[in-house]
Write a new protein. Structure first.
Length: 265
């Protein structure tokens, strides 16, 4: 499938293709207020999770609207690579998708088709009712939408790792993102992404992704790990989650407060 590409200069897709390091934060609280708080921090992208967070299309739309004034890329992760769900996410205004558990080139080709209108793909047509087209106000939206759509796929299984080169070769796949959590489970080390075997597989996968010329990304364990991953060649990296920041900050505040108390107090 040949897909004409034309990302706007300075857009997330343009920066991704130029290899600029782009740092993001996972959004799992499913709340527009916290999404806006995170957007104000200056991240390059925020990932709105429809796979493991309690999100619906309506809650995702509210968060998308909340972060609209900020210069970042909102990325949506659907629960699966279902064309019907992908269609809804694109219609409400997401331009970048991160699809979980991609394992073969054939699966990647179907995902590309799901993000393109005919004759390039199978995306259902909604013109004046689509928020993505500003309800019909964007001239030529149906003809040009694919030029601004960014498809990222998650590699998080043995099969996916084996097929990295074939998946990356699919025109319309813009980047491959390593998911350490599921990958560690697939390798027999559930809950232990730091296991030497898992880290070796990740390092090899990152090298192979870079060799294909496609962008590589990963869910980092924190800011220090994010820096290390960029040094390793990753170009779009999460530095954590909104849930992690809240739980970590709350626990740290309580420990600090208790540590300052004396028996007399």
């Amino acid at each position: 499938m040949v897909v004409q590409r034309g990302p706007a200069p300075g857009s997330f897709l343009d920066r991704l293709r130029r290899g600029e390091p782009l740092f993001g934060l996972w959004q799992a609280l499913a709340n527009p207020y916290t999404a806006e708080v995170c957007a104000s921090a200056g991240f390059d992208w925020l990932l709105f999770d429809g796979e493991h967070a309690p999100n619906t299309v309506q809650t995702l739309l509210a968060q998308l609207q909340a972060v609209a004034p900020y210069p970042l890329e909102p990325i949506a992760r659907p629960p699966a690579g279902d064309p019907a769900i992908i269609k809804q996410y694109l219609d409400v205004g997401f331009r970048t998708l991160l699809v979980p558990m991609v394992e073969t080139a054939e699966q990647a080709e179907r995902l590309v088709a799901a993000t393109r209108f005919p004759p390039l793909g199978i995306r259902g047509v909604a013109g004046s009712t689509s928020r993505a087209s500003r309800f019909g106000a964007v001239p030529g939206y149906l003809q040009t939408a694919h030029q601004h759509t960014c498809l990222l796929v998650q590699i998080e299984s043995r099969t996916g790792v084996e097929h990295i080169e074939a998946i990356a070769a699919v025109d319309g796949v813009d980047g491959l993102f390593i998911g350490p959590g599921d990958l560690s489970a697939a390798l027999g080390h559930l809950g232990d992404a730091k296991h030497p075997e898992v880290q070796a597989v990740i390092a090899d996968a990152m090298t192979r992704i870079r060799a294909t010329g496609k962008a590589s990304g990963i869910f980092a364990a924190g800011p220090a790990d994010a820096r290390a991953r960029v040094a390793q060649g990753a170009t779009f990296v999460s530095v954590g989650t909104d849930v992690g920041l809240l739980t970590g900050g709350a626990a740290a505040a309580l420990l600090e407060a208790r540590g300052t108390l004396t028996p007399q107090e």
